[in-house]
Design a protein around this ligand. Structure first.
Ligand SMILES: [Zn+2]
Ligand SMILES: [Zn+2]
Length: 428
C-alpha cells in the first residue's frame, strides 16, 4: 500500500523530468517555426482551396501567378514576374550574410474534369487542342504552391535569424515539361544563383506526415518518337505487290521489346511503350501508311543516348528487311531528375529530426518525369515526396478523383523551412 502511494507521487515527477529532458532537444528555431506554422495554417488552407477551385492549364497560370506575386510582395520580398511565361521569383535576403538556396513549386493544373465531390472542387473549363476540357489540380500543384507561400511567410518572419538568401521559384508548366527550362532560359538565375535547390511533390501512396526520399535518380528521362512506315498501297488479296506497313509497324514494335530484353543490361531500367498505332481503312486494302508513337524512359545521359541509337538501328533494320520507306522523328524530352546524394542525406536527417525516423522513408526511382531536373543541372538538387494521400482514398495523381490531404501543408512548410535553414549553414 505504502509502495503504491509512493509511485503515485513519483509518477508526475517522473513525467515532469521527462518533459524537461525532451524539451531542450527541440531546437528553439524549430519551435518558433512550429508556432508560426500553427498560426498561419488556417489561412493557407483557405488559400489552397481558392487555388484548387481556380486551376489553370500550363502556361496559362495568370491568376495563380498574380496571387503568388501579391503574397510575396506583401511579405516584403523582392519579386520578379513573367519569367519564362508566368513564372515568379521572390528573393528573401536574411539578416546575416551567407549562401543562396532555393525552393521551387509548380503552379499548373491538368485538362481533367474533377470528380472529387469536394465543396471547393473545380468547375473551370478551358479549350485545349480545339476541344473543351475540364481543368483540375489533379497533381497536387495547388498544395506545392501553398507550401511555397507558407515557407516564404515563415522565413520572412525569421528574416533576422537567417544567414544567407532564399529564392522562391513559382514555376509554370511542369506538366508537359516546358516551364523549368523556359524560366532558366529566360534568365531566372542571371542575378543570383542558388548553391542548392529543393522541391516537393505530393505523394499519392503515403499519408500526411510521411516524407519519401530517393538518393540519386528520382525520375526518368522522358523521350519519345513518332514513326511513319510508308507504302504504295495495294489489294489485300495480293499483299506481295506492296509493302504492308501494318506488318512492318508490328515487327518494329516487337523488335523493340526484344531489343530491351536482349541488348539492354537488366540493371539499367529502360521502358519503351508504343502507346499509339494507327493504320488502315478497310480489311481488303493494304494501308498506305502506319503511324506509331512511343515513349522511351531511361536514367542518365549515357543510357539515354545508347537506347536511342539502338531504337534507330532496330527501326532501320526492320524497315530495310521489308523494303519499307519510313520517317522517324525522335524527340528528347525532360531529362531525368537527379537527387544529389549528399544533399538528400542532409534533407533526410532534417526531416527525421522533425517527423521521427519512422516517418521518413527511402523510396525508389520512378519512371515518370519531372522537369525539376533542369534545376538539378544548375545546382545540386533534391526533390522530396510529401505524403498527401487522403484517408480511405486510392486515387492516384492525374486521376479525376485525386485530391491531396491538406494535412500535408503544415508538414511540408515545417520540413522545408528546416531543410532550407540547414542548407544555409553549409558552405556553397
Ligand atoms: Zn503531374
Ligand atoms: Zn506534378
Amino acid at each position: 500500500m505504502k509502495k503504491h502511494k509512493l509511485s503515485l507521487f513519483l509518477l508526475p515527477l517522473f513525467l515532469l523530468t521527462l518533459l524537461f529532458d525532451l524539451y531542450p532537444q527541440t531546437p528553439p528555431l524549430d519551435r518558433k517555426i512550429d508556432e508560426i506554422v500553427r498560426a498561419i495554417t488556417p489561412d493557407l488552407v483557405a488559400l489552397r482551396r481558392d487555388i484548387h477551385a481556380h486551376p489553370e492549364l500550363s502556361l496559362e497560370e495568370i491568376r495563380t501567378a498574380a496571387l503568388v506575386a501579391d503574397r510575396f510582395k506583401a511579405l516584403g520580398l523582392k519579386v520578379r514576374t513573367g519569367i519564362g511565361g508566368t513564372g515568379v521569383l521572390a528573393v528573401l535576403r536574411g539578416g546575416k550574410p551567407g549562401p543562396v538556396v532555393g525552393f521551387r513549386a509548380d503552379m499548373d493544373a491538368l485538362p481533367i474534369t474533377e470528380e472529387t465531390g469536394l465543396p471547393f472542387a473545380s468547375t473551370q473549363r478551358a479549350v485545349r487542342d480545339g476541344r473543351e476540357v475540364g481543368v483540375m489540380h489533379a497533381c497536387g500543384h495547388d498544395v506545392h504552391t501553398t507550401v511555397l507561400l507558407g515557407v516564404a511567410t515563415v522565413l520572412s518572419r525569421l528574416k533576422g535569424d537567417i544567414a544567407g538568401t532564399v529564392l522562391f521559384v513559382a514555376q509554370p508548366a511542369e506538366e508537359g515539361g516546358q516551364g523549368a527550362r523556359r524560366m532558366l532560359e529566360d534568365g531566372l538565375f542571371k542575378d543570383i544563383k542558388p548553391s542548392a535547390m529543393f522541391a516537393f511533390h505530393v505523394d499519392d501512396a503515403f499519408p500526411a506526415g510521411i516524407i519519401k526520399y530517393v538518393p540519386g535518380y528520382v525520375t526518368a528521362n522522358s523521350d519519345g518518337f513518332s514513326l511513319t512506315v510508308f507504302s504504295e498501297g495495294c489489294h489485300g488479296a495480293n499483299p506481295h505487290l506492296c509493302v504492308d506497313p501494318i506488318v512492318v509497324g508490328a515487327q518494329v514494335l516487337i523488335a523493340l521489346q526484344v531489343m530491351i530484353s536482349r541488348q539492354i543490361d537488366v540493371h539499367k531500367d529502360t521502358v519503351i511503350t508504343v502507346g499509339s498505332f494507327h493504320a488502315g481503312s478497310a480489311s481488303n486494302i493494304v494501308a498506305q501508311r502506319a503511324d506509331l508513337k512511343a515513349t522511351v524512359r531511361t536514367y542518365g545521359d549515357e543510357q539515354r543516348q545508347a537506347v536511342r541509337e539502338k531504337i534507330e538501328r532496330t527501326i532501320a533494320g526492320v524497315c530495310q528487311a521489308a523494303g519499307a520507306q519510313y520517317d522517324l522523328d525522335y524527340a528528347q524530352g525532360i531529362p531525368a531528375a537527379y537527387n544529389d546524394p549528399e544533399l538528400t542525406k542532409q534533407a533526410k536527417a532534417v526531416a527525421s529530426r522533425l517527423l521521427g525516423q519512422a516517418n521518413v522513408i527511402q523510396g525508389e526511382a520512378g519512371m515518370v518525369a519531372e522537369d525539376f531536373s533542369y534545376f538539378g543541372r544548375e545546382a545540386p538538387a533534391a526533390l522530396l515526396w510529401l505524403g498527401a494521400q487522403r484517408e480511405g482514398s486510392t486515387a492516384t495523381l492525374h486521376s479525376p478523383h485525386f485530391a491531396a490531404d491538406e494535412g500535408a501543408i503544415p508538414v511540408g512548410i515545417r520540413v522545408m523551412c528546416a531543410i532550407l535553414l540547414d542548407a544555409l549553414k553549409r558552405k556553397p
